[in-house]
Write a protein that binds this ligand. Structure first.
Ligand code: DGY
Length: 322
């Protein structure tokens, strides 16, 4: 009998086809995420669960799956939606999809950086609202990248890929990361500094640290106040790393000049969130890894983790407990 697995979202066909070869596949039918209570019912009796960042996988849900559950495979690199300790305590490995989305996510972070620096959304709005009457010598002036300083918080895979792009734009790079050495930073064209120095000296600050209890609201009223009034914040990791109310106030009051966010807290961002009213805030709907090829690779990698898990083999990419 084939192992029974539940896939919580409509993921790319490449992943589903691979899973069908080995497993008895059950997929959540709707394009919208399953409500938690429905999810709890659907995972019952499964050997494996393939999930995404929209599902909360906590101890109760793991227990609802039953004693036969052998693996949880996340189709994402971040896994802050999963209680990995609860899974480990029950002997269940958790897989994720590092590497395959590095370039796509770094591209998007850089697209946000460029768009915010050159005020693209304001320019689009200017035309659409009928205000473009002539070329203007002093209007919509943005910030140069060349010679500017980029502060990268979290010089992991994606942070390093962002540094690579920044080098191509002749930017000076500062970085801070939990276990970063001077040598490692230098290998990526960056200078290792502490967080206050990075915030004080950077023209652009880009977040690439995972969301953990330590990094929740890393960017808050106090840290925003340490940034330059001309600085632009880019967030393409998890919305929870930023205190969004504090960011709104900082953007409104000119504490910093701009922000470009691929991620918000919560997601989706409520339409009445005041940050959406600000001309100096650019917000897109968590599309860092959203390219055709990348999502196919993520689905396949998550499928391989799932299959290895239900077969009792080591996962090709298993999350390690910190
Ligand atoms: C991830 O993999 O963690 C991304 O946020 C999904 O695009």
């Amino acid at each position: 009998m084939k192992p029974k697995v539940f896939v919580t979202r409509q993921i790319p066909e490449a992943g589903l086809t691979r899973i069908r070869e080995v497993c008895d596949l059950h997929v959540w039918e709707s394009e919208m995420p399953a409500p938690y209570d429905q999810l709890t019912k659907r995972v019952g009796g499964m050997d494996g669960i393939l999930c995404t960042l929209t599902e909360r996988i906590d101890a109760a849900l793991i227990d609802a799956a039953g004693a036969g559950l052998k693996v949880i495979s996340q189709m994402a690199v971040g896994y802050d939606n999963i209680d990995v300790r609860a899974a480990a305590a029950r002997g269940i490995p958790v897989g994720n999809t590092p590497g395959v989305l590095t370039d796509a996510t770094a591209d998007l972070a850089f697209a946000l950086l460029l768009a915010a620096a050159r005020r693209l959304t304001e320019g689009v709005e200017y035309i659409r609202s009928g205000h473009w009457t002539t070329w203007q010598p002093r209007h919509l002036l943005g910030a140069d990248l060349s010679g500017a300083t980029l502060g990268i918080i979290g010089l992991g895979r994606i942070g390093k890929a962002v540094a690579k792009r920044a080098r191509g734009f002749d930017m000076r790079i500062l970085a801070t990361s939990r276990h970063l050495t001077d040598t490692e930073a230098e290998a990526h064209g960056a200078t290792r500094v502490d967080l206050p120095t990075l915030l004080r000296d950077s023209d652009f600050v880009s977040l690439h640290t995972p969301l953990t209890p330590e990094t929740r609201h890393l960017i808050n009223r106090e840290t925003l106040a340490q940034m330059k009034p001309s600085a632009i914040l880019i967030n393409s990791t998890r919305g929870g790393t930023v205190d969004q109310r504090a960011l709104y106030e900082a953007l409104r009051d000119g504490v910093i000049a701009g922000a470009a966010l691929d991620v918000t807290d919560p997601e989706p961002i409520p339409l009445d969130d005041p940050i959406l009213t600000l001309p100096n805030a650019l917000v897109v709907p968590h599309i860092g890894s959203a390219t055709v090829k990348t999502r196919d690779k993520m689905a396949l990698m998550a499928a391989e983790n799932l299959i290895a898990g239900v077969m009792g083999q080591p996962l090709p990419n298993q999350v390690k407990l910190p």
